[in-house]
Design a protein around this ligand. Sequence first.
Ligand SMILES: Cc1cc2nc3c(=O)[nH]c(=O)nc-3n(C[C@H](O)[C@H](O)[C@H](O)COP(=O)(O)OP(=O)(O)OC[C@H]3O[C@@H](n4cnc5c(N)ncnc54)[C@H](O)[C@@H]3O)c2cc1C
Length: 452
Amino acid sequence: MSLAALQFPPRRERELDGVAECDVLVIGGGLAGAMAALSAREQSASVIVVRPAAAASRMWSGAVDVASGWLPPPCPFSEAPSIGSNLRHILRHFPWHPYVRIGEAEKDLPAALEFAARELPQLGFPAVNLDESNGIFASTAGGWKSSAFAARPAAAGDLRSRTDSKVCIAGFSNWPSCDAPQLAAMLQAAIRAANPGCRFEAAAADLGEWPEQDDPSWRTPRYLAAMLDANRQDWLPRWAEKLNAQTRDASLLLLPPLMGTKGADVCEELSSLTGKPCAELLSRPPSIFGERLHEALESALESRGVRIYRDRAGGFLKKGDRLEAIVCDNGEVKARMVVLAHGKFASGGLVRDSEFSESVFNLPLFVRGEPVGYRLPEEFLSPQVGGEHLIFEMGVKTDTSGRPLDEDDRVIWSNLVACGSCLMGYSQTLGISGAGAAIYSGWRAGRIAAAG
Ligand SMILES: Cc1cc2nc3c(=O)[nH]c(=O)nc-3n(C[C@H](O)[C@H](O)[C@H](O)COP(=O)(O)OP(=O)(O)OC[C@H]3O[C@@H](n4cnc5c(N)ncnc54)[C@H](O)[C@@H]3O)c2cc1C
């Protein structure tokens, strides 16, 4: 089977050609942009999304942080605060966070999360109860994350209840990116203080001889996931047999996060073959969870009748304080309202040339309410790796409905609403609310844009 045949299903990409019109134009097709587009569609607006690529959402680990954190290592998992109390902590102590600046998060967050679960059924997001504590999920980075929930293939890996049990890290001995013995040792060290009764062991089985093994690309998670899909009938029973022999007294099997392009059904089948719950570990980039998220977003947008164009917004036409049209590489989009969801630095939404700025409208950027302008990057980086790197919190400052503000707190464009990681006030990777803030602010931006 050729490498091309084993890729994720390719999508038919449309490019703009001339002038398109809609009620709401969304700039950016990551998690925040897709949520905005879907929630504007729910309010019956006609919606166009332009995006050149998938960007940060495609690096997603598989877990959704809504209000995580504050679990120092000596704190046992059983004493972790509820998601709701973490949320109230954010509302009290993080005045620049989108949960505080935009709308009423304490009231609206459950509705936004429910909306995401409904619109993205492939990901199997559960109903969230803010009175419960966060789940605890192990990752291929060798540590654990406290997150409100994880996508279906990782959900059964929640370690909160594994207080006196053996967890087996199942790896492939001929795929070095998931070195099971090393990972088990790292996880054991990371979890010792918080959950001493949870013991990790490793089991590794050879993937077998596959024709493409000489091809270096077979080692990428994307290729391997598609390969496992294609050879599933053959490898899954063989792998289950080997794991059964090695993991008799384990109560949970944690698997490399590439169990086929879908994941959940492979974990379920492996569970029934081994008689043990099986779940994928959370992933580092490059991430199959990110690929699955991208797939889920694109198919949700298509099924709701959102027009998606592969294009980059680069300029605009204006009339007074209103944006009349957005100029893209291959055409123009005229829209009543525009949603800005083009991400942070990695996605090209924020840039630093001579100064820090936003890339389409040249909006000013802020850190904790202060304009950034010409200051140097090192002023926003801590000398300690684990220190406070304010550069990750940099972004667009908005009013309470998400409209970007200038240095004097005046709304810049009356028909522009921002959402997701381009907003000031939270770090999408190191923080406490990455995907949760993208879902919440995107959902809200879509409703405001549809009504605007
Ligand atoms: C490595 C990594 C790990 C993560 N892990 C977690 C986790 O464990 N838990 C969690 O909760 N969150 C996690 N996140 C965060 C979460 O995935 C992101 O916060 C969220 O997906 C960001 O979404 P976004 O839509 O704001 O931005 P992005 O996903 O970056 O999307 C931006 C979009 O805008 C497009 N774009 C950029 N410029 C233009 C332009 N000029 N015109 C048109 N389109 C443009 C890009 O192509 C892209 O489609 C992680 C993020 C990263 C990077």
